[in-house]
Ligand binder design. Structure first.
Ligand SMILES: Nc1nc2c(ncn2[C@@H]2O[C@H](COP(=O)(O)OP(=O)(O)OP(=O)(O)O)[C@@H](O)[C@H]2O)c(=O)[nH]1
Ligand SMILES: [Mg+2]
Length: 626
């Protein structure tokens, strides 16, 4: 009997969006399919293929792939390879696309058209979305769409993805049968040499009257200041600095409101339920635990508000450019900047974004240090400890001390990461010459209020899902471990001290006492492996249960302020700068590096660093204050 492989593909014709990085593919994808994939003003935002569905004007259902941007069909980095594989029909579980929608940045046809020639050579039917038509027009560029279409032998639609213009026209085009077949235009691209393609595009642009240089842009004038060798880095520091000030100074009113709502809920439920297990689970477990984390939502949103502004305006790659020299001195290239910056949101997308790094060694080093960038899950931990231990006062003429300490913690993470990168460069065998940064600087534009709002909403959703998912689950588990087997008759302490959790906490605190952690902290770190904020919800639960008997529902901040010493708090801050308290990050590293070796090394070295940093912090602080 012969066996044959049967490929089952979902019904519907397959379309693929292909184009240079940052030409607006994802913006177009979102408009066509109604999705909300990440759009931002720099190259290399999309690193995976994403699928969506769209309906043609006549109602036919089609499948659409959004792909990472690429300059050519000779992949240089893992993300470009995804696109090339899809076009060649080599992508796993996917057929060759039936139609390629080539998205062009109308303000940069010279480079964008070379890719069109390469795609046509693959023998796939092509339609062109001439995107960024608004920018082209504002730069005085008038492109004859019909002539372009004739020259290339493919339909061309003018689009403005951000405004949704040209979308209906594009959908109408998909109902025309001739679109789904290949045709030759005036231009033929039979030879595959790069020089030949250059010449073909040059002649084509000449015939269309588009071969002149574009005038200088306001962007260039702005860059003369923002990329200035002296002013540039200073402005960058000021921008980052203001960001951290805002995280503390703007967040207070909304945080107080959330705190009040959580307290009210706890008290109301306590009023209705008789004392017992159910009340303990709801009030001391779930509300005290999840509430302790939920109050940090405003700070996270303020942080992301700034990150989104920077992403959409086009400032980010400039920051990469400014830091390229600095990063070069530790053996990283500016290419690592965006993955590392994404890691400030969360290390996982940051680690995925390293797929745009062509050099495997650079990529690995970037992956290994990404978890040291301060992800937003650390923010609640930092904010809790800073709020409890750092006085709210102004220093040096108007700077908030709390914001300053937060800025410092972010800096320590960055400096630590750079130090590790430097060590990896010095002491690993892989060759490590640093190549100059070749990176596109997109033009600046004003962020759209809509995309900022969508971005913030998505962050809120992610955060609330974490609170309702992993944090809630771990809180309930910890509550159960903390409530059983219960205090023996005649016991004097709170029941938690006799529980399984109390036993685990005390066991671990032998190991962690040298760095100043008490048993409650030691215990909270265990479920805190699931996600960083879980440590906060765990402390909320543990302290609520420890206080059983008296009025339990008390805010965590004043509680730890009165029961921990300052060296302990500083030591825990130092711990959180380094400790790999996040299993999903380790899983992502495993996926991206294809094995257990790298995550194991990461786990060991980060815990080692965390212990060392906490030890030094605790000892020095004790000595200074004692
Ligand atoms: N003015 C203008 N901006 C646009 C248009 N289309 C997209 N943009 C902006 O261009 C930037 C890049 O858009 P994306 O959709 O992320 O680009 P992409 O091609 O998916 O980029 P990669 O995933 O990095 O390859 C974003 O800032 C968009 O808001 C357009 O038609 N006009
Ligand atoms: Mg994209």
């Amino acid at each position: 009997m012969t066996e044959s492989v049967i490929h089952l593909h979902p019904a519907g014709k397959l379309l693929a969006l292909v184009g240079n990085p940052n030409c607006g593919k994802t913006a177009l994808f979102n408009r066509l399919t109604g999705s909300n994939q990440k759009v931002a003003n720099y190259a290399g935002v999309t690193v995976e293929r994403k699928e969506g569905r769209l309906k043609s004007a006549a109602g036919k259902t089609l499948r659409l792939l959004d792909l990472p941007g690429t300059y050519s069909l000779h992949p240089r980095s893992p993300d470009e390879r995804v696109t090339c594989d899809v076009l060649a029909g080599r992508a796993r579980g996917e057929k060759k696309p039936d139609l390629v929608v080539c998205v062009l940045d109308a303000t940069n046809l010279r480079r964008n058209l070379r890719l069109v020639l390469a795609v046509k050579r693959q023998g796939l039917p092509v339609v062109i979305a001439l995107n960024m038509a608004d920018l082209a027009a504002s730069r005085g560029l008038s492109i004859d769409v019909d002539a372009l279409s004739r020259e290339l032998g493919v339909p061309v639609v003018r689009t403005i993805a951000t405004k949704g213009e040209g979308i209906d026209e594009l959908k109408a085009l998909l109902d025309r049968p001739e679109v789904w077949t290949t045709r030759e235009g005036v231009v033929t691209a039979s030879s595959s040499s790069q020089e030949a393609d250059h010449a073909t595009v040059r002649d084509l642009l000449k015939r269309l009257g588009l071969d002149r240089h574009l005038p200088h842009l306001p962007s260039d004038r702005v860059d003369r200041v923002l990329l200035h060798p002296v002013a540039g880095p200073i402005i960058l520091m000021v921008v980052l600095f203001l960001l951290f000030q805002a995280v503390f100074s703007w967040a207070e009113p909304p945080m107080d409101a959330i705190k009040a709502a959580v307290d009210w809920l706890g008290q109301t439920i306590s009023g209705y339920l008789p004392e017992g297990l159910l009340r303990s689970l709801l009030v001391d477990g779930i509300i005290a635990g999840c509430g302790a984390v939920l109050v940090f939502l405003p700070q996270i949103l303020i942080l992301f508000f700034f990150i989104l502004l920077l992403e959409e305006s086009g400032y980010l790659p400039r920051a990469a450019f400014l830091l390229d020299r600095l990063m070069g001195s530790v053996g990283l290239s500016g290419r690592s900047f965006i993955p590392l910056l994404s890691s400030f949101a969360c290390a996982i997308p940051g680690i995925m974004a390293t797929r745009s790094i062509a050099n495997p060694r650079d990529r690995l080093v970037t992956i290994m240090i990404a978890p040291m960038m301060t992800c937003s899950a650390r923010l609640p931990v930092y904010a809790l400890l800073i709020g409890a231990f750092i006085p709210q006062r102004e220093v040096w003429g108007g700077l908030e001390l709390q914001g300053l300490v937060l800025f410092g913690l972010y800096l320590v993470g960055i400096v630590g990461a750079f130090a590790v990168a430097w060590v990896l460069k010095r002491f690993t065998s892989a060759g490590s010459q640093v190549r100059p940064l070749m990176m596109e600087l997109p033009i600046y534009h004003w962020p759209h209020a809509r995309s900022i709002a969508i971005g913030l909403w998505q962050r809120t959703e992610i955060f609330v899902k974490r609170v309702g998912g992993v944090i809630l689950t771990m809180t309930i588990v910890l509550w159960a471990l903390s409530s059983f087997p219960g205090a023996p008759p005649g016991a004097t302490g709170a029941p938690i001290e006799y529980s399984i959790a109390g036993w685990i906490g005390r066991g671990l605190s032998h190991l962690l006492a040298p760095i100043g952690f008490n048993w409650q902290i030691s215990l909270a770190l265990v479920p805190g492996m699931a996600a960083r904020e879980v440590a906060i919800s765990s402390l909320g639960t543990v302290y609520a249960l420890s206080a059983a008997g008296e009025d339990a529902a008390q805010a965590l901040t004043p509680l730890i302020a009165s029961s921990w010493s300052l060296p302990t708090a500083l030591s825990l801050l130092a711990w959180y700068v380094f400790a790999p308290q996040c299993l999903s990050t380790l899983a992502a590293v495993r996926r991206e590096t294809g094995g257990l070796k790298m995550p194991a090394i990461m786990l060991a070295y980060l815990f080692g660093l965390a212990y060392l940093a906490s030890f030094i912090t605790f000892r020095v602080a004790t000595w200074l204050l004692g």
